[in-house]
Ligand binder design. Structure first.
Ligand SMILES: Cc1cc2nc3c(=O)[nH]c(=O)nc-3n(C[C@H](O)[C@H](O)[C@H](O)COP(=O)(O)O)c2cc1C
Length: 449
C-alpha cells in the first residue's frame, strides 16, 4: 500500500434508467439510457473528469416482468466496458460476472482482454447470483445451493488468477534477429484439478501493466464475507446505517487479517445514493416526493427479491409480518436474514416492512456540506474506505460532482488529480508478482545461499 495519505475511493454504478422502480419517469431522464452506449460513454467521461476511481456495471442473468427497469433491457458488462475502455484513459472499469454460470477459462480471457485493452484498468465484481431462476437459463433444474456456490466461487477465482499468470512479464522477447518470439520457459500450464473445476491452461494472453485485474466482491452472509475476506481487493457492502457499516467494516477486515492478509489491502466501499439540494428540508422534500410515486404493489415485489421473489402480495398488509420460516434462504441470504431479524425485533407489519425494505431511502440527503460531513464521518469513523454512488437521477450525479466533490477535495479527503492510470494505482494497491517469477526468484535465492 503506497504510504500516501489515506483518501476516499469513489466509484459510480452506471445503471442507465436506474435500478429502482421510478427513476426513468423523472424529468430529464433518458428512457433508453440502459442500451445507449453514448449515455455510458458520456457518464464514464463525467466520472473521469471528476477523478473517480472506477465505474461499476451491475449484472444478473435472470429477469421477470417485475424486474426493475434497468435490469429489464441492458448491455452485457464486458462488451460495454470494452467500449468505455477506448473512450476513457484513467478511470477503472469494473464489471459484474457471476461465478455460477461461466467457465473460469472464458472469464479469465474476457477480463485479461479488458485489462490489456484498457492498459491496466479492469476490475471484476465476483458474484454468485442470488436469483434462483437463473438456473433455467443454463440448463439446470435448480440453482446451486448457497454454500456450494460460494465454495465454487472461491475455487473459480483461484483458477482465474492462476490462468492470469500463464505468462511471466518478460515471456515474449519478440527478437526478430534471433527469431525468438516466446521464451517457452516463461509460459506456464496451470493443471488445476479441484472439487469443481479441472483446467489445464495456459491462457493465451499476457498480463497487463497492473499485473492482474482487481477483484471486487459483494456478499453479506457469513459465506459471502468469508469469500470477500479471502479474495477481494474491495467489497461492496449494503450498510443500513453508520453502525451496521462500522460492524461490517470491522468484521470484514478482521476476517482478512485472520487469513494473514493486510487489512489495508481490502477496501470497504458501501453503495450510497445521495440526495443533494440547497437546504436539508428541500432534500427531504425530494425524497418524500419520490416515495409518493412508489406503489405498494411494486414495493412488495422488491421486498420479495431477497427471498427469491417470494410473492408477499398474498398476505394481509396490516397484520404482523408473515411467518415464512418454511422458505429456504438460498437467494440473497445476508439481506433476507437481516430483514427477518429486524421485522421480528421491531414487530413490523407487512406494510411497514415493504416501506422499510422496498424503498432505497438515502442515508446521505441534505446540502452539499451535510452530505460531505456524513461521508467524512463514515470515512474517518471506520465504516467505509470509499463509496459506490448509485444514483438513478442524472441531476443528482451532476450535483454530487459539482458541489460535493470540491468540498471533499478541499478537505484533502479526495484526489484533485490522478497520480496513476491503472485501477490498482488509483486504489493504491500493489501489483501482484507473477507466481512463477516469484518461485523462480526463490529457487535462485536458495541456490545462491
Ligand atoms: C452494492 C452491491 C452491488 C451488487 N451487485 C450485484 C450485481 O451486480 N449482480 C449480482 O448478481 N449481485 C449483486 N449483488 C448481490 C451480491 O452479489 C450478493 O448476492 C448479495 O449481497 C447477497 O449475498 P449473500 O447471499 O452473501 O448475503 C450486489 C450487492 C451489493 C451490496
Amino acid at each position: 500500500m503506497s504510504n500516501t495519505k489515506r483518501q476516499l475511493k469513489l466509484g459510480v454504478i452506471l445503471s442507465g434508467v436506474g435500478n429502482d422502480q421510478s427513476g426513468w419517469r423523472e424529468p430529464g431522464a433518458q428512457t433508453n439510457a440502459s442500451i445507449d452506449i453514448n449515455w455510458f460513454i458520456a457518464n464514464a467521461r463525467k466520472a473521469e473528469a471528476a477523478k473517480f476511481d472506477h465505474v461499476f456495471i451491475v449484472d444478473s442473468p435472470y429477469i421477470t416482468p417485475d424486474t426493475t427497469p434497468h435490469f429489464l433491457n441492458r448491455l452485457e458488462p464486458l462488451t460495454l466496458l470494452s467500449a468505455l475502455a477506448v473512450s476513457t484513459t484513467h478511470i477503472g472499469l469494473v464489471g459484474t460476472l457471476t461465478a455460477s454460470y461461466w467457465e473460469p477459462y472464458n472469464v479469465a480471457r474476457q477480463f485479461a482482454s479488458l485489462d490489456n485493452i484498457s492498459n491496466g484498468r479492469a476490475g471484476w465484481n465476483v458474484v454468485t447470483t442470488g436469483l434462483e431462476g437463473a438456473a433455467q437459463n443454463y440448463g439446470r433444474e435448480a440453482h446451486f445451493d448457497h454454500a456450494v456456490r460460494y465454495a465454487r466461487a472461491r475455487e473459480f477465482v483461484e483458477v482465474v488468477q492462476g490462468l492470469w499468470d500463464s505468462y511471466e512479464d518478460d515471456a515474449f522477447p519478440r527478437d526478430k534477429e534471433t527469431g525468438v518470439f516466446l521464451d517457452k520457459a516463461k509460459q506456464h500450464k496451470l493443471n488445476h484439478k479441484g472439487e469443481f473445476f479441472s483446467v489445464a491452461g495456459p491462457l493465451a494472453l499476457s498480463r497487463s501493466r497492473q499485473g492482474q485485474p482487481v477483484i471486487f466482491q459483494a456478499g453479506d452472509s457469513n459465506e459471502g464475507r468469508n469469500l470477500g475476506a479471502a479474495i477481494a481487493d474491495a467489497t461492496f457492502a449494503s450498510a443500513e446505517n453508520f453502525e451496521t457499516g462500522q460492524a461490517y467494516y470491522k468484521d470484514l477486515k478482521s476476517r482478512a487479517a485472520a487469513l494473514g492478509r493486510n487489512p489495508d489491502h481490502i477496501s470497504v466501499v458501501p453503495g450510497f445514493n445521495p440526495i443533494i439540494a440547497d437546504t436539508v428540508e428541500e432534500a427531504q422534500a425530494i425524497e418524500k416526493a419520490r416515495e409518493g410515486k412508489l406503489d405498494l404493489d411494486k414495493l412488495l415485489v422488491q421486498l420479495g427479491r431477497p427471498f427469491n421473489y417470494h410473492d408477499f402480495r398474498q398476505y394481509a398488509l396490516d397484520e404482523p409480518f408473515p411467518d415464512i420460516s418454511n422458505l429456504t434462504l438460498n437467494s440473497y441470504k445476508g439481506r433476507a436474514e437481516r430483514i427477518l431479524r429486524i421485522v421480528r425485533d421491531e414487530k413490523l407489519t407487512l406494510r411497514e416492512a415493504a416501506w422499510r425494505f422496498g424503498t432505497q431511502r438515502s442515508k446521505f440527503s441534505g446540502t452539499a456540506e451535510t452530505v460531505a460531513d456524513e461521508i467524512e464521518r463514515w470515512f474517518v469513523g471506520g465504516a467505509a474506505d470509499g463509496f459506490n454512488l448509485q444514483s438513478s437521477r442524472a441531476d443528482q450525479f451532476d450535483l454530487f460532482i459539482e458541489r460535493v466533490v470540491p468540498i471533499l477535495q478541499q478537505r484533502g479527503l479526495f484526489r484533485t488529480e490522478y497520480t496513476s492510470d491503472t485501477l490498482r494505482g488509483n486504489l493504491g494497491l500493489p501489483i501482484p508478482e507473477n507466481r512463477y517469477t516469484r518461485a523462480r526468484g526463490e529457487v535462485a535465492a536458495v541456490a545462491a545461499e
